[in-house]
Unconditional design. Structure first.
Length: 337
């Protein structure tokens, strides 16, 4: 039996916090505790106040106490706690970091957008078999506060999972909703203003990322998987049905637009949408549609052929955190990874 370590990963984003415990060996990850998710809206109003709201902090601490209870029942070799967009922007993040360390025994590590992108790519591609999808991959991790674009692997000179270029954009489901989509449902003027904002960020990203080289888009995060489930016609969310599905871009965009323009009360009728995403899923859907459009346009200009679908994945940043940390622990102990 190969050497292994048991590690826990915690991913605290703008809208949700997740925990995963896995055994990591040279074959990859093996589930010990399935992913736990709590929607805490830590990034509530951070885009305008640059501070964590007291209520948001209390929601985060409550989720952390749940996670601490789960962790107390498992013998883990280490825990890595990663905090992303909202924590990068909050001036009072030290209070958050101190309290989380008191509760969980590990201090949150506030990572850069570039590292977030790299880890998301690692997680998304860790479960993709070589030659399963055409390379290079563009992994899109669409969060509450930021969206990471990562292009990687060419199947020839580069390993399939090696990153070529990455960029983190300060656009996401919560940030776009709070910044632009104030009415319920959003007005056309608000949608147009959001599109202008989103497109400007994507254009900046494309100056770093040669998006036209993309051959497969892999979309990760709650927005992408939720909207994919809705496009599939699922009446309740089923991660097994969504994970790895190939979705036509035209079908996805039609559903994205419908839910963007849908009143929140009507969205609540769909059991596919987590209650914590009801108010922001339209903002996320708009970001997703614009990314799909702009990437497809870049690919068409680059190769003269259409890119007409994407692959949805349940694997992203959290998987990357666990796999990367497990491999590092194995290396530190002189064991193969």
């Amino acid at each position: 039996m190969s050497a292994s370590v048991t590690v826990a990963g915690i991913d605290c984003g703008t809208n949700s916090i997740r925990l995963k415990i896995s055994r990591v060996d040279d074959q990859g990850m093996h589930k010990v505790v399935p992913r736990m998710l709590r929607v805490i809206r830590l990034g509530q109003d951070v885009d305008t106040t640059h501070r964590f709201a007291d209520a948001a902090l209390q929601r985060a601490y409550s989720a952390a106490r749940e996670f601490a209870e789960v962790l107390s029942k498992h013998d883990v070799d280490g825990i890595r706690f990663v905090a992303t967009s909202a924590t990068r922007d909050a001036t009072n993040r030290e209070e958050f970091e101190d309290t989380m360390e008191d509760i969980l025994g590990v201090r949150p590590e506030v990572i850069s957008g570039t590292e977030e992108a790299d880890l998301s790519f690692l997680g998304a591609t860790s479960v993709v078999s070589r030659n399963e999808f055409e390379v290079p991959y563009l992994v899109v991790d669409l969060g509450g506060g930021s969206t990471e674009l990562v292009l990687g692997g060419d199947g020839k000179s580069l390993p399939t999972t090696q990153v070529q270029a990455a960029y983190s954009m300060n656009i996401g489901s919560v940030r776009m909703t709070e910044r632009h989509l104030h009415d319920d449902p959003a007005t056309q003027q608000q949608i147009d203003e959001a599109i202008t904002d989103i497109d400007a960020r994507i254009d900046e990203a494309f100056r770093v990322i040669p998006a036209g080289k993309t051959r497969t888009i892999i979309g990760v995060s709650g927005t992408v998987t939720t909207m994919t489930a809705l496009a599939m016609g699922l009446t309740k969310y089923d991660h097994r049905a969504v994970d790895g599905v190939r979705m036509p871009i035209a079908e996805a965009k039609a559903v994205n637009d419908r839910f963007l323009r849908m009143p929140r009360a009507q969205r609540r009728e769909y059991g596919t949408i987590h209650p914590g995403r009801i108010d922001v899923v339209g903002g996320g859907a708009l970001v997703w549609s614009r990314v799909l459009d702009k990437v497809a346009e870049a690919v068409g200009q680059d190769r003269g052929l259409p890119l007409d679908s994407y692959v949805a994945s349940e694997h992203g940043l959290l998987d990357g955190i666990v796999l990367d940390y497990g491999r590092r622990l194995l290396a530190e102990r002189g064991l193969s990874a």
